[in-house]
Design a protein around this ligand. Sequence first.
Ligand code: SF4
Ligand code: SF4
Length: 308
Amino acid sequence: MIPLMSNRKQKFDLPFDSPVEPIRLEAHDKLKFRCHKGVSCWNACCSRANVTLTPYDILRLKKHLGISTSDVLARHTVPFELDAGNMPGIKLRTNDDGACLFMTDAGCSVYENRPTACRYYPSGLLSMRAIDRNVDERSFLLIKEEHCMGHNEDQIQTVQEYREQQGVVDYDDYNREWYVIVLKKRSTGPTIGKPSDMSLQLFFMASYDIDRLRRFVTSDSFKKSYKLSENFYQAIEADDIALMQFGFKLMRQVLYGEISIPEVEGAWDKRLQERDEILRMRREIELIEFDQRKEEELADAVLGESKH
Ligand code: SF4
Ligand code: SF4
């Protein structure tokens, strides 16, 4: 759920494929809609799901499925690019017909922990950032697709009431900093330069794979690079949300140079030196192995000749 564009362009970027032009709404605007098991289109939206996932969505799916985030990613998602600058995104995996794998005849099998985009549908969050401003602005959008009969129901509520009914307010609050990171990248584009492959890998890990991020942050090399207290390490040991929020800070630091995590002076230079040393040793080992192979080939050839 990242429908984000500079408001100078006023272009909507929907989190789901739809030929329908969206209507822009504010939180106090009224929404006439109700989805329930009795509607004739029950499950129609999940039968052609195109659901972009956020960091907090992954944490909720992890909790629901009782598996690691790496397993959630491998089993239930597919990668795509969030923007033209190769920012990695993920979507829910579907079957060949486009149906969500969590869909059952009884409805969504992960309902209590369903993703943000599913909670919002048929509306969506429209978070925008003007090129010349430093803050994001929120409004909402609504699409009225023909197949969705929920628009014919009598229930009327404000967008804000709908968000509360759907339990999406917490999701937006937890994801807010991440939206800002993605927005900043999209709105500044090439002016901040193309992120390195390593930065994009960090973005992927910190955004979606919290269990791998935990191993990274608690590794000796990370501890040697950043000044973080024992209390911090204890806090993130079992608290995925605290670690996710730390990951957002780390991304801002690495992608945009916004320093909020104290670094150990000279640690990066030392790591680069160590890396050079490791690369030099690897090259030497490869040369030794190459020489050994050549010697063995020569010995085989000589022995082969002497047999004739
Ligand atoms: S996660 Fe649930 S609500 Fe979302 S598309 Fe899949 S079945 Fe539908
Ligand atoms: S009413 Fe709309 S949201 Fe509900 S099941 Fe039908 S298509 Fe999906």
